[in-house]
Design a protein around this ligand. Sequence first.
Ligand code: NDP
Ligand code: MG
Ligand code: MG
Length: 341
Amino acid sequence: KAQTYYNGDANLNDLSGKTISVIGYGSQGHAHAQNLSDSRMNVVVGLRKESSSWNEAEEAGLTVMETSEAAKAGDILMVLIPDQHQADVYKKSIEPHLEAGNALMFAHGFNIHFGGITPPDDVDVFMVAPKGPGHLVRRVFTEGSGVPCLFAVHRDATGTAKKTALAYAKAIGGTRAGVLETTFREETETDLFGEQAVLCGGASELVKAGFEVLVEAGYQPEIAYFECLHELKLIVDLMYEGGIERMYYSVSDTAEYGGLSRGTRVIDHNTKKRMKMILEEVQSGFFADEWMKENAEGLPNHIRMRKKLGNHKIEQVGKELRSMMNWIPDNKQSRPEPEPA
Ligand code: NDP
Ligand code: MG
Ligand code: MG
């Protein structure tokens, strides 16, 4: 069972007198920096000079410096830029400024686990990874609660790495919900597997396949969209709140019987076999190598696959249908003004 830590297990004083440099101001970066600042921590944001978020961070009342200046200023450096760019930025702007006893932090284990970054021996290396997107980490914090986090210590050079990690997790709100202890290997491999096989890859292909089957059988694409994509949120919300049993309790008996008896024909032992292969590619580093190579070559396959998805009928139909759904927050800005009477 995973060891879990709460507010009482962490002490903000373990961060007192330290400067925390948050490198990057994207999804995670803005949330960490603002939460730390609200927790009265001494925070600096590190960005490249041309960054479009420089002003935004300053407008939030934060001190912003160029990445290497922030690395110099910080005792604790939290790296919150995209995983595929971290190794370059680390080499160029962070490593030269690391001092003995500093802490290097991550929100995902990718670069440490797969060897993209090898920090010096006299630096603490640990992770605090919120299990949610940055906007949620920020919003839930302002509401007085927190998003659960994982934490892991890769190297404890100072003897205080765990205390520092828990204090950081507390300062961003994580210990209000619970902070689970893991390892860099476990976090990295399960995170990659989950997003590939289930959350991003598996779920979206399941939706697309169902949509295609209905449309190819002559049903209207709009109806297929509602049935296979739109309604998924309601189902997932029920699972999120009360597990799979709760979902089956809430749907009709017909839906429950149909799902229980047919679902295992869609996802069967062969699906599991292929999932295991995907896990093996993650564990062996094959996926990480492929992704780094793809970046080095300018993302030809990534761009091709993105474009192909954009041209899929489910995306075209979805755009039109969602413009009717004015309760979806992002739609409010993009909807056309009503025609004058
Ligand atoms: P984002 O893509 O939102 O990060 C964008 C930020 O990184 C911007 O400030 C951007 O600055 C900066 N940046 C991008 N490219 C570079 C570069 N080449 N050099 C310097 N700065 C750059 O990242 P996320 O917040 O999604 O991810 C950050 C970390 O958090 C990752 O390790 C990720 O795995 C982890 N994580 C992410 C979660 C999420 O839900 N998003 C959840 C949990 C962990 P600029 O304006 O200059 O481009
Ligand atoms: Mg991930
Ligand atoms: Mg139905």
